[in-house]
Design a protein around this ligand. Structure first.
Ligand code: ZN
Length: 168
């Protein structure tokens, strides 16, 4: 059982999980199954990471719920969504991460190459108020955007969300 599966199993068993300082706190009306308790203690560190909200306010659990919703997974259904739905859900998660972690940079300097604005090479702003703008040369935009997306993918991986291994 992975950390993500453990969380799902714990929730299915009626266990509410929380964080108190460095401790994982369990609340349940009745004793959870031993397999769930064992998995919880095995994956404690990873589960703490999943439960703790990141800077953008969303925890791994929030991301998992968003992913499941986008992939059209219905809890009581039990069947896995097709790879295409998972790929689409993952793409939605990346976009949502980018929205929740907007890039900002001070005007007058390119966020990509660090160079200033030149008359032949103006800086363009990307993004919108109130989240702010990132300033880039148009030629610096594609590489910077790829790197920003790669950051989203690795941040999501830490949260237990990863792209499906095989495509559609
Ligand atoms: Zn530049």
């Amino acid at each position: 059982m992975s950390a993500v599966e453990t969380l799902k199993a714990a929730r299915a068993a009626g266990v509410h999980l929380g964080i108190d300082g460095d401790d994982l706190v369990l609340e349940a009306a009745s004793a959870p199954p031993a397999a769930v308790l064992g998995a919880l203690s095995r994956h404690k560190a990873e589960i703490m990471v999943l439960l703790r909200p990141a800077e953008d306010g969303w925890s791994g659990e929030d991301w998992q719920a968003y992913f499941d919703e986008r992939a059209g997974i219905v809890e009581f259904d039990g069947r896995s969504p097709c790879a295409q739905a998972e790929a689409q859900a993952f793409a939605c998660c990346v976009v949502e991460w980018l929205n929740r972690n907007p890039a900002r940079s001070p005007a007058g300097r390119c966020l990509g190459c660090g160079d200033r604005e030149h008359t032949h090479d103006p800086l363009l702003s990307y993004g919108a108020e109130p989240t702010g703008h990132a300033w880039l040369h148009s030629r610096c935009w594609p590489a910077w955007y790829d790197a920003w997306k790669a950051k989203a993918v690795s941040a999501l991986a830490v949260m237990g969300i990863s792209a499906p291994l095989h495509g559609g």
